[in-house]
Structure formats: structure tokens, C-alpha cells
Write a protein that binds this ligand. Structure first.
Ligand code: FES
Length: 131
């Protein structure tokens, strides 16, 4: 399979090595084109699974991490927005407390043991995708 070779939805895009993401650890940032705009996104590992979201708080459209790539709270159980303390569930992006209005935009991921991929959707493309 050639990565990023067509414009179909659900095309895996290489994100990072699987070993770069550890449970409750720092995120790996990446860029996506979401609905025609370049947006920051991030991937984390939680309870063994990789999860990725747009890096955009639902309270105010700001990036969540004040310290680059630090999204987890001290317990590793919540993804926190450092601006006003909105808390999100790592596995779903659902709002779990604080001023968030709804959940984070989730980006589907997969991994094959060595490599992590994010998957395109109709409104989610690689940044170099030619519209
Ligand atoms: S901008 Fe995230 S909690 Fe206010």
C-alpha cells in the first residue's frame, strides 16, 4: 500500500514510531488539513491505545498545551487544557470537566507494532493535499 497516494477517505498517514508514544506520556504533534484549514493535532497513548485529536480546545479555539506536548494531568488520567483547565477523557475526547463545550475532534489512528498512522476522512486530509 502506498501511503498518501490518493484522495480517498480512510487513507493511513504515517504519524510516528509506536515507541515514541508511552502511556500517559508526552504527545507527538502533527499537522492536518481540517475542513480546508491547516490545524495542529496531537497523538497520545492511554491504557495502551493511541488516540489523536485536533489540538483545539472547545472552550476557546486555542491549543491545549502550554508546555509543548504536555496534555496529561499529573495522574495521567485526563487531558487538560492549560488555559482554563478544561478536562477531556483521553480515550474519547469527551468533555469531563471545566469550561469545555463538547468534546475534542477525534482523529482515527492505527498502529502495526512499529508505526502509528492517522487516517484521513472526508474533511481531514494531509496538509500538502491539493484542493
Ligand atoms: S481555552 Fe481551553 S479551557 Fe479555556
Amino acid at each position: 500500500m502506498e501511503i498518501g497516494s490518493n484522495n480517498l477517505a480512510d487513507t493511513p498517514q504515517a504519524l510516528c514510531a509506536a515507541s515514541e508514544l508511552v502511556n500517559g506520556g508526552p504527545a507527538v504533534p502533527f499537522d492536518v488539513n481540517f475542513a480546508g484549514q491547516t490545524c495542529r493535532a496531537f497523538a497520545v497513548r492511554y491504557e495502551g491505545q493511541v488516540h489523536a485529536y485536533l489540538n483545539r480546545c472547545t472552550h476557546v479555539a486555542m491549543e491545549l498545551d502550554w508546555q509543548p506536548n504536555q496534555f496529561f494531568d499529573d495522574t495521567g488520567q485526563w487531558l487538560l487544557c492549560s488555559t482554563h483547565g478544561a478536562a477531556y477523557l483521553p480515550a474519547t475526547g469527551e468533555c469531563a470537566g471545566g469550561p469545555c463545550k463538547g468534546g475534542l475532534v477525534k482523529i482515527r489512528c492505527s498502529e502495526d507494532g512499529q508505526q502509528v498512522y492517522w487516517h484521513t476522512e472526508w474533511n481531514l486530509k494531509p496538509v500538502d493535499f491539493g484542493f
